[in-house]
Design a binder for this molecule. Structure first.
Ligand SMILES: [Zn+2]
Length: 297
């Protein structure tokens, strides 16, 4: 290698190394961070749209990524309770432990739905802190974006002007998009759907969709044959327009019910990468609304 090139490389190296290393639990927060941090962050996302964020194996590669992280961004509300605490512990990284600036939980910044009156995780409920699937309401994304940009500024004060500018730019585009979605989705108001898991409660709350049945008897507890049969009987006189689920949920119960009620089984993208066209937060919402419109007749 030419000596001058070598010199240049050495000069450039510390700059590359100064980017924030960010470990993200779910793709939606990875996409938000790309908006807010741009090239100032190296982002590792632990799950894809095809992996259940409730359940993940604490693989060595994930532990290594948490070990070098300056910031961990996850949903919280116990969504990752089965694997994140283990990753944090095994990482031996003090910066990202609970309570430190390097630990950020999105669900702490939104109004949570479906908070149970009594916590019964013992009976298999995986939503003991309320519903953690918060990212399909644009108001929640807006609040999390504000809090996350502030956190980036705390961790990397030298680039605070850039974080502020990126936040303002994102919020302006997000606001425009939200108004566009809300106009379009007026026609979806009252759309009756069944859902495998409570994955779309915030979407339904935002757009006034009517989730008339959840296939799981409790969040995280698969329906038994008897429960599905009872559901079939209950829905037969006035069936919904479709059965929705995420790409990572078991399709069998939805397909069983959809077939008998002669309804479409609708696999919504749920997060970034869930369909080919859902490449960022904006296209995720576009695609979700488009798919609902397609089935709303
Ligand atoms: Zn859940």
């Amino acid at each position: 290698m030419h000596r001058f090139t070598m010199f240049l490389l050495i000069l450039l190296m510390p700059i590359a190394a100064s980017a924030l290393e960010i470990f993200v639990c779910e793709p939606e927060w990875g996409s938000l961070l790309e908006e807010l941090a741009g090239d100032n962050a190296e982002i590792t996302v632990a799950t894809t749209a095809f992996q259940d964020p409730h359940r993940l194996q604490a693989r060595p590669s994930l532990i290594a990524a948490v070990r070098r992280a300056d910031l961990v961004v996850c949903t919280g509300a116990d969504l990752e309770i089965g694997w994140l605490p283990l990753l944090l512990r095994r990482s031996g990284n003090a910066k990202i432990q609970t309570g430190n600036p390097g630990y950020f939980l999105a669900a702490n910044f939104v109004r949570r739905l479906e908070i149970p009156k009594t916590i019964d995780r013992a009976q298999g409920d995986v939503h003991p802190q309320g519903n953690p699937h918060i990212h399909l309401n644009p108001g929640n994304i807006r609040r999390v974006a504000d809090a996350l940009a502030e956190r980036l500024t705390v961790l990397d004060a030298g680039n605070s002007n850039e974080y502020q500018a990126r936040l303002e730019d994102f919020q302006a585009r997000w606001q425009d998009a939200t108004e566009r979605w809300e106009d379009r989705a007026l026609q979806l108001e009252g759309m009756r759907l069944a859902s495998h898991h409570r994955s779309f409660s915030y979407l339904a709350d935002w757009l006034d969709l009517d989730i008339v049945a959840t296939l799981e008897s409790k969040p995280g507890v698969p329906p038994s044959g008897a429960q599905l049969a009872a559901l079939l009987e209950r829905l037969t006189p006035n069936p919904p327009l479709g059965v929705i689920r995420t790409p990572y949920e078991n399709e069998k119960p939805s397909m069983w019910l959809a077939e008998r009620l002669e309804l479409p089984e609708i696999k919504l993208p749920y997060t970034i990468g869930g369909t080919d066209n859902s490449v960022d937060l904006f296209s995720l919402y576009d695609e979700t609304i488009r798919m609902l419109e397609e089935h709303n007749q």
